[in-house]
Ligand binder design. Structure first.
Ligand code: ATP
Ligand code: MG
Length: 445
């Protein structure tokens, strides 16, 4: 409100008072009683204020729009200001309606199912795609429990656990032919509501199955002929009748066949790991014992060319699959031996860190350039193909490690700097840790 318009309004109010004052003075000179004079002087101002106040109260109460003509003076300023507020409110409401409409149109156009759940996991809203993908119709299903509509044992557990970091793949009951990938995100006030996004991944799922089955079948079919070839090569190598000139090519052939066998074994291991999300056999694994064995094997592999040291919490065990954990840990330790030069130091640690039990392999070898780090766990990915092949590496080791850790809800972190070595850490969830004494007591009791 500009200052000069306020000034004008005050001047008007004063001029409005001047007339009654002049009349009062006149009446005083005529000898009229003071009470009457005062009453007559104040009456017009009181009546005017009462009128505009009542009018304003009624307009606001009936939610009417304040429109010109406005009264003069300060009342005019009050009316005008309220009219301006009303206009601003109307504009922002319109903006909000437009925004909501656009959001709803966008949500309706999304091919993924979107569902909003309240804090008790009851349906608050869903887009049309939810009808096709989840058999959930809004607004008919408004207020129904989400887990009553999309029934799946994994879903109940996922919603109750509150750990939404991984998507859940489900085949909905109303249409078993589709595979949905469900992602749940807490949102809203104090993050108590849930946004469920269901994506149709049927095609990707089937392609993945075809790839997995193909790799598993092809590897399986190749294993037997290769074993036969390798066996015959060995016999030929050792046979006294084999000409000396043939010995070297036979040795090379045997080495390459062995390499192929180890690739096939790794591919089969990966296929096996992919078949199920979590290890079939969960047991208490004596990790300290495993590490001591792995260190011995690593020393044999290194043949005195590396300094290997292990710092192990002897009482810290883990619940998981023994062969899988052994394969993952030995992969990391053997990598440190295979991919670092002579004289390198390798340090293996197993301890209970703040975030959970942790296995670490640290070396002071050549390190890995940052651009390779995100791709290291891909199948067949090697930083230096030529050098890795020389050391017999196929690039499947870290892919196996990642799979094994996923199945144990563990995390692999790799930090490395060129020229300063590498650190590979596996951090397990706290709930999978076991203390040796507890195991002994339960075993004897
Ligand atoms: N400690 C390390 N120091 C330097 N480079 C490493 C280290 N560990 C792994 N790498 C690099 O990461 C690549 C991938 O490792 P991965 O274990 O997957 O395969 P690999 O060791 O070559 O073969 P495989 O383990 O299948 O026999 C390796 O080829 C190597 O280049
Ligand atoms: Mg390896």
């Amino acid at each position: 409100m500009p200052a000069n318009s306020i000034g004008r309004a005050i001047a008007f109010e004063l001029s409005f008072l001047l007339l009654p004052i002049a009349g009062g003075v006149l009446l005083a000179t005529l000898g009229v009683k003071l009470v009457w004079i005062l009453a007559l002087m104040l009456a017009p101002a009181l009546a005017r204020n009462l009128y505009y106040l009542t009018r304003l109260a009624l307009l606001i109460r009936r939610q009417h729009r304040l429109a010109p003509p406005f009264p003069r003076g300060l009342w005019g300023e009050v009316y005008r200001s309220i009219a301006r507020y009303q206009q601003r409110g109307r504009k922002s409401r319109k903006r909000q309606i437009r925004f909501t409409r656009r959001f709803r149109e966008a949500a309706n156009a999304v091919p993924d199912a979107l569902v909003i759940l309240d804090k008790h996991h009851r349906v608050e809203w869903a887009n049309p795609a939810a009808a096709k993908l989840m058999n959930l119709r809004w607004s008919e299903d408004d207020g129904r429990l989400f887990t009553d509509i999309l029934t799946n044992p994994g879903l109940d557990a996922l919603i109750d656990a509150g750990d939404y970091t991984r998507p859940l793949e489900v085949a909905p009951e109303h249409n078993r032919a589709i595979i949905l990938s469900l992602r749940i995100t807490p949102f809203g006030e104090r993050k108590r509501q849930r946004l469920v996004v269901g994506r149709d991944i049927t095609k990707i799922y089937h392609l993945n199955m075809i790839r997995r089955d193909f790799v598993a079948n092809a590897s399986h079919e190749l294993r037997t002929p290769l074993t036969v070839i390798s066996g015959f090569l060995e016999s030929l190598q050792d046979a006294p009748g084999t000409p000396v000139a043939h010995r070297r090519p036979l040795t090379l052939m045997r080495n390459q066949t062995d390499r192929m066998c180890s690739i096939i074994e790794d591919l089969l291991t990966l296929s096996r790991l992919e078949m199920h999300d979590s290890p079939e056999e969960q047991e208490s694994v004596d990790i300290p014992d495993e590490i001591h064995l792995i260190v011995q094997e690593a020393q044999a592999l290194s043949n005195g060319r590396h300094r290997i040291r292990a710092r192990v919490d002897e009482d810290l065990l883990l619940i998981g699959s023994e062969p899988e954990l052994r394969s993952a840990f030995s992969n990391l330790v053997f990598n440190a031996v295979k991919h670092t030069p002579e004289g390198s130091h390798i340090e293996i640690t197993w301890h209970d860190a703040e975030s959970g039990p942790r296995f670490t392999v640290e070396d002071n070898g050549p390190g890995i350039a940052p651009e390779h780090l995100p791709r290291l766990t891909e199948r067949f990915y090697r930083v230096d193909r030529a050098r890795s092949r020389e050391s017999g590496g196929t690039g499947l080791g870290l892919a196996i490690v990642k799979h094994v850790l996923n199945r144990h809800e563990a995390r692999l972190t790799i930090s490395s700097e060129l020229g300063h070595g590498s650190i590979f850490s596996c951090t397990f969830p706290q709930h999978s840790a076991l203390v040796r004494r507890e195991v002994d007591i339960s075993a004897t009791g």
